[in-house]
Design a protein around this ligand. Structure first.
Ligand code: FE2
Length: 144
């Protein structure tokens, strides 16, 4: 089952970048939607922190070592940080793009885990992807 662990580690790295990006947006969002988006980004990064923890602990349960430093995680991540300080609309659009990429990656790892007979990973990841698709719909609705 450990062949799934490297894929989980890449996912962990991407969730860590996603988490920090959401914190960045939570801190730096500006404009008339500040209070709504400040709270929404907090809700989203709280969820992302949970995913990071679940993924790391699944890697450990599979007998492998989770990527545990920021450097290791940045090196393994395909999601990019956002140093630019974009406007609120762009923050939501970027979050939507990241969620789409993450959900695609999660679905891919689910297939890999299913092929490997790793039911625990399938059970962990399926609800994450489902929930993210719902969040993505709401963010698309917000954009209008
Ligand atoms: Fe805060």
């Amino acid at each position: 089952m450990t062949q799934v662990a490297p894929a989980l580690n890449r996912l962990l790295a991407n969730y860590q970048v996603h988490y920090q990006k959401l914190r960045n947006y939570h801190w730096n969002v500006r404009g008339p939607m500040f209070f709504e988006l400040h709270a929404k980004f907090e809700e989203l990064y709280t969820g992302a922190a949970l995913q990071v923890d679940e993924l790391a602990e699944r890697v450990l349960a599979l007998g492998a070592k989770p990527l545990s430093t920021l450097q290791e995680q940045l090196d393994a991540a395909s999601l990019a940080e956002d140093p630019g300080g974009p406007d609120a609309q762009t923050m939501i659009a970027n979050t939507l793009a990241d969620l789409g990429a993450l959900t695609g990656e999660v679905r891919g790892v689910v297939k890999q885990a299913a092929d490997a007979g790793d039911d625990g990973t399938v059970n962990l990841l399926d609800p994450i992807a489902d929930e993210q698709e719902k969040t993505a719909w709401m963010l698309r609705a917000w954009i209008g």
